[in-house]
Design a protein around this ligand. Structure first.
Ligand code: ADP
Ligand code: ADP
Length: 221
């Protein structure tokens, strides 16, 4: 469904990715692991269409996406991908429910429908009580749940998550992971997550270990 073929990317003298190839199936949950600087975030960003690789291809459902013009790539990201990145995807001036409704509004759904669907996703993530609070008033765990709801609300093909539990204690982290993966499994959404935490990687169907921009091995779980 989503395929990387020989991805390469450098930042100055640093070879962040050095020929990474992989294929992710519909509904599959994949963990990208490795030490700091291994290229995990760069790989995730290339797959998610926010960084363009210098060499190689990214292919979604048979269509090459890394060479699309910016406007088409943005449209494709909004329709097919959800992201839970570490920083900045929630808008602090908006309430929780407005944040979750935003991707639907970008995809031209009406406001009434967007707010109704957003409220349903907050309920699925068990954060209905925060619906009308602004992001700044929420705890870290509540924010993560809102971010997960926002990533899933459009019914994407793939959700990309960078250290989705990085800012949380273990119990809160496990609850967010369970919520993310449970919701993804019921909607057949693939999840690609970056983590250095083995307990988080243990939730995945498959682990892709990176060192110095290259894959060590695929470990089936
Ligand atoms: P992580 O180890 O979780 O990827 P980093 O702090 O290494 O976190 O990187 C966070 C983001 O900052 C990366 O996604 C990358 O785009 C950017 N970044 C990382 N290293 C550099 C660098 N040397 N110069 C500029 N930006 C960087
Ligand atoms: P990881 O997520 O595994 O920590 P990254 O993909 O963030 O690794 O980074 C891989 C390498 O590329 C690191 O050496 C990092 O410093 C470098 N890097 C990543 N993003 C940037 C950037 N925007 N500018 C400069 N260097 C970067």
């Amino acid at each position: 469904m989503l395929e990387a073929r020989g991805l390469g990317k450098s930042f100055g003298q640093t070879r962040a990715l050095n020929g990474v190839s992989l294929e992710i199936s519909e509904g599959e949950i994949v963990a990208i692991t490795g030490p700091s600087g291994a290229g995990k975030s760069t790989l995730l960003h290339c797959l998610a269409g926010v960084v363009r690789p210098e060499s190689g291809e990214v292919v979604l459902d048979g269509r090459r996406i890394d060479t699309l013009p910016e406007a088409e790539l943005t449209k494709l990201r909004r329709e097919s991908f959800g992201v839970v990145f570490q920083f900045g995807e929630l808008v602090p001036e908006l309430t929780a429910v407005e944040n979750v409704a935003l991707p639907l509004l970008f995809n031209r759904h009406g406001r009434q429908e967007a707010m109704t669907v957003a409220a349903e996703w907050l309920a699925r993530l068990e954060v209905s009580d925060c619906a009308n609070q602004r992001i700044g008033e929420l705890s870290g765990g509540q924010r993560q749940r809102v971010a997960v709801a926002r990533a899933l609300v459009t019914g994407p093909r793939v959700v990309f998550a960078d250290e989705p539990t990085g800012a949380l204690d273990t119990l809160g982290g496990e609850q967010v992971m369970s919520a993310l993966l449970g919701a993804a499994r019921t909607s057949h959404t693939a999840v690609v997550l970056v983590t250095h935490d083995n307990r988080v990687a243990a939730y995945a169907d498959r682990e892709i270990a990176l060192r110095d921009g290259a894959m060590l091995a695929g470990v089936d779980r």
